[in-house]
Design a protein around this ligand. Sequence first.
Ligand code: SAM
Length: 833
Amino acid sequence: MGKTQKKNSKGRLDRYYYLAKEKGYRARSSFKIIQINEKFGHFLEKSKVVIDLCAAPGSWCQVASKLCPINSLIVGVDIVPMKPIPNVTLFQSDITTEDCRSKLRGYMKTWKADTVLHDGAPNVGLGWVQDAFTQSQLTLQALKLAVENLVVNGTFVTKIFRSKDYNKLMWVFQQLFDKVEATKPPASRNVSAEIFVVCKGFKAPKRLDPRLLDPKEVFEELPDGPQNMESKVFNPEKKVRKRQGYEEGDTLLYHEMPIMDFVKTDDPITMLGKMNRLTVDEGDHEWKIVKKLKQTTSEFLECIKDLKVLGRSDFKMLLKWKKAAAEILDYGKEEVKTEIETTPLTEDEQIEKELQELQAKQRLNQKREKRKKNEVKQKELTRMQMNMLTPADIGIEAADIGRDSIFNLKTAEKTGILDKLAKGKKRMIFNEDATQNDDIHIDEDAPPQDRDDAAEANDLEAELDAMYENYKTNKAERNARFRAKMARGGDQEDEWTGFAEKVDVQDQDEGNVHTYDDEDSEQESDGDEAITSLISKLKGKSGDSKLSNKARMLFNDPIFENVEPDLLKVRPSAPAASDESSVPAKRKHVDLEEKEEESSDDEDNSSDSSDFELVANEESEQEGFSSDYDSEEEKSHISKQKHSKEVDIATVEAMTLAHQLALGQKTKHDLVDEGFNRYSFRDSENLPAWFTEEERNHSKINKPITKEAAMALKEKMKTLNARPIKKVAEAKARKKMRSLARLEKIKKKAGLIVDDNDKSEKDKSEEIAKLMRKVTKKPKTKPKVTLVYASGKNKGLSGRPKGIKGKYKMVDGVMKNEQRALRRIAKKHHKKK
Ligand code: SAM
């Protein structure tokens, strides 16, 4: 249990308590009159004479003295003594006595009060009913004093409790005032039954009916009308709570009655409604007679033991039994009424009744639906005003509204179709079964161009992930291979390590340009298989229909007769695959593992290793070797910068080539042709190692690049980088939502502060500023660390160096340089910005 609750179970120490303390009011109830005054046209500000009945400890008087015009007369009275309040006349008296009346007259002299306040509460605590009654009497007394002292058109404010006297009091007020209104100011606790009645425009009647202010007359109990016991008996399931407590003179909650009284009664229904149990006197001779009735079943005997738990049919059974018993005992003639009550309805009546019930139900449902829709609309509006709604949300709300419609989004969501629908633009087909079943079938294999942006984005993301994974594994493998190779001796360049291997181990090839063309894209993706099949074709199955005519013709050339398949394997592309199909722009790396196995068979051939890249290029830093692309136009595009080793659509060279191909500037034939250049066939036999090393490093082909291609690639990378991953986007949205919620909260708080009229403008602005500070609070900045170089006098120093304050770090020479470099880079970076 919290500290506050321990102090006071009602949670009395609420904000009004603290506010009252802050403002110097004697009680938190001061805010009740402040709020009432505000709500009802600031009557206090216009009152020159105010009487406060039941004023202790005096907070209402304090408010009055603050709000009323200067030199106003404020008189307060209470049964308990009060500490004096400046400019307020206070006296002690019981407002129900003549003493109080005369004293008040003495203080008022010839004046009339503009406002009479009454916040009296009896100091009793006898119990709810008694307290409420005393309160009502006290209110009537206060009204009496008000009537005596109020000016025409004056105002009377009084506290009353919600009790059965409430309406009576209100009626009396209405006779004396033009306008009577009940209110519950926010400062009044919800748990309290108190309400305040503001009576404005005192009529000041010349003649007053004394009965109007006589508690006996006003609170006189009118005889209660007959209770509707029928509803209790015929509708027992519907329990109406009696909020007023015990009935007059009846202090029991449990009632019993002999069953024979039930037989004799003229009003059995009322009896059944009131009683808890019907008792049986076994010795009663009349009971002995009715006991023999066939209606006196064991069930009946059980039912009469607890009438409060019976249902409609049970009561019917009891009434039937009563009729039979009365008849047998000759009380039958008086049973006409009961007969009428229990007559079962005819079929038509029954149908009519059921119809009416159904209609009523329908009306109720419609009302409920309408209300719900209005609520949703209202909610949406509020959320929109608070900038919390996005168009997507509106869709969600709309789905709620259309819950019962045929195209129900909720159902679609449950069945998983919603996702597919959301993708949109899907080709929807009705297959045979579906047509029969009226089922909608969504074609999963719809062409990719039919997907919408969101789906495409998802796919792209997945593709990127897969590509990245692939890249990581490939890189790891290549690195491992390269390390292994280096361990075996870096210059053993003859080892064949597979097609993709070549890219990293560039020294094995001298920048040959190979083209590879294939019959279909599947073969492209699996170069190994292609090669194997190619070799087997060359090894005698050249008639295979899979080979293009051109290729077949080429390989039928006698020069290939003695060529080993493995040798061919490493030089597969240029002639072999130059058929009519278009040149693929993108190549995938072939499986390295299998290549290695094969390559181990014939190490000599590895020097001619090739790859399945569209175009292989080398470093362009060479000097003294002119490019094959020496035409004027091409020359202008040749860049001196480093090119990346791997050529695909992700490099400027590949992009240039792709552009040229797309624009028709280059044909496949050109590519094939370019493959035969001086870098392609280089004899490395019997050459000194240093020479081959040099060649490998510097004699490389320069591929042309264009500005457009560079720009296009840059754009591509930019869009890729700019697109945040889903999780980042979600986190950002969450953060935004949180800050919005925080802002709204603060707005509300600020609104409350602004509305609080008890605060000075200065207080308000201070509080709001405090709130704002909370929102705009900057995260703590890291303390500055001073770097101390461990040289000179600081060399070998342990502990804090002299003259250094705060955080410090000892750094050595290397670190010093590093720090300098870092600073330099940061500066450069800053300048660039
Ligand atoms: N309005 C007051 C204020 O803000 O300081 C608080 C009034 S307090 C809720 C109720 C007061 O009614 C008590 O101080 C109590 O002494 C007073 N009271 C109850 N019966 C009274 C009576 N018969 N005559 C005068 N005062 C009475």
